[in-house]
Design a protein around this ligand. Sequence first.
Ligand code: HEC
Ligand code: HEC
Ligand code: HEC
Ligand code: HEC
Ligand code: HEC
Ligand code: HEC
Length: 341
Amino acid sequence: MLCLGFCLFSSDADAFHWGGGDYCRGCHGAIGEDTSSSTLGLLGGDASSTCLRCHDDTHRVLTENGGGHSPGGDFYWLTREYSQNGYEDRADSHGHNIIAVDYGLTRDAFKDRAPSSGGGVFSSNWLECTSCHDPHGLSYPSYDFRMLRSTGWIENRAGVSYYFPNPSPTAVSYSGQGGDWPTETDQRHTDYGEGMSEWCSNCHVGYTNSSQHSHAAGNNAYLNQYADLYNSYVATGDFTGSADSAYDHFVPFERGVDENLLDPYSTHGPDSQSRVMCLTCHRAHATPFANIGRWDFQTQFIADSPVFSSADSAQAFYGDDIEMRYGTFQRSLCNKCHVQD
Ligand code: HEC
Ligand code: HEC
Ligand code: HEC
Ligand code: HEC
Ligand code: HEC
Ligand code: HEC
């Protein structure tokens, strides 16, 4: 079984992190091989560069044109800036600035730590793929969604220990195919169960209940009456939607149900027990917009975002033409729940 990242079938491909193929050597070289870093013999210059040897190429979360349309988003956006008259933008604010020396990705120049309201301080100098994902994470019998770090993970840096109190979230997603991640759509997406906001709060301490941050999110942030609004709202001025087809992958929510009731191919909208979560408005990796927004938080009409007058226009909403999808005068997607447009 030789399956080092170039597998044609997703079942084989999945087998890589499950210990398939020449597992350890996919990341750790042997003495005398291409080992440019520390004593661990990682094949890349650092942990993130090691991941990107596979994940910038076929299993892409870092592309050269923003064409990675996976749920987490494409780290490409960390390299793009869209400033215009009266509109300021900063590439760093488009995503989590993971440090990956071989790919020229460096720390956020402005934010020196994870914004939080009290509690621990997670330094931006530490941020890499393995801050969030466990490189050895799929070992039987434990499976954390996307190998995300869970309760008890301790980051040890230069004498400072940082502890994760909250578990990995409950969610189910689709797999890569032929070594790539098919585009996320309303019919194919991560279906979120619960605990994502709490998980983000491992570093953004207190953000599930913070006056410092602008919005409620978390296992108690029930949609209640907003669920009906979400289901009927299609776009500005169009309220003809129905619950069975209401799912909008640009404004996801948590269903608040067990893993076995989640379905990444479901188009069903929320009910009153569904919740707002961090990824309702943000992505986990990166987006074309400031504050890692799923849409531009700064413009009144989402189509007015400067990214749409750039060469990256077609990638910004995952290949959808934004005016075709919502109409020319779509206002902020906050309206999916608040309907104030
Ligand atoms: C997907 C990449 C990847 C694979 C596969 C992998 N490792 Fe690692 N390993 C890492 C990274 C990255 C680190 C650096 C520490 C960190 O970031 O967690 C590491 C650290 C280690 C360490 C240091 C202690 C620790 O856990 O931090 C040991 C020992 C180790 N790996 C052994 C192995 C063995 C044995 C295998 C095969 C069974 C293996 N690794 C497979 C990426 C990987
Ligand atoms: C040798 C190639 C290789 C390396 C190195 C590698 N990966 Fe992967 N990774 C894969 C393949 C193959 C898949 C499966 C993609 C698919 O489903 O088609 C995958 C899938 C994943 C997934 C999704 C897992 C799931 O099914 O839920 C995550 C998360 C991930 N990798 C993170 C990492 C991280 C973090 C590192 C570095 C520590 C890393 N990978 C290094 C090949 C690699
Ligand atoms: C701040 C935390 C964080 C960092 C840093 C991070 N990831 Fe992720 N990653 C996530 C989360 C959360 C998901 C699940 C996203 C979803 O389904 O909405 C994810 C999903 C993925 C997936 C599955 C495909 C997708 O986009 O959903 C892969 C592969 C992956 N990450 C690889 C990486 C690699 C490689 C790096 C470093 C270059 C990295 N991640 C850095 C949190 C992170
Ligand atoms: C391992 C720690 C860690 C986790 C987990 C984490 N973050 Fe972060 N986050 C950081 C750090 C460090 C920064 C500041 C550096 C940067 O922006 O790259 C940051 C910055 C941000 C920013 C501001 C980006 C900017 O520069 O404007 C947003 C938004 C954000 N995170 C959202 C999230 C969400 C949503 C999740 C959960 C899916 C999450 N974070 C999980 C460490 C983390
Ligand atoms: C309803 C939408 C929404 C939800 C839900 C949401 N955010 Fe935000 N977030 C925003 C907006 C809008 C901004 C930019 C304006 C601001 O700073 O309030 C932002 C800014 C941020 C920033 C950067 C500014 C700062 O320093 O605070 C971080 C970090 C962040 N969010 C993390 C999170 C985390 C973590 C969660 C989940 C616990 C979350 N967000 C949930 C809309 C949201
Ligand atoms: C998925 C649905 C959803 C989306 C999208 C959403 N919200 Fe909310 N919002 C809620 C819910 C639910 C509450 C009530 C939270 C609570 O009280 O626990 C709320 C509360 C608020 C409040 C407090 C006042 C009130 O009306 O109760 C403000 C202000 C607000 N949201 C603004 C925003 C902004 C700005 C955005 C876009 C950046 C946004 N919301 C996106 C669901 C949503």
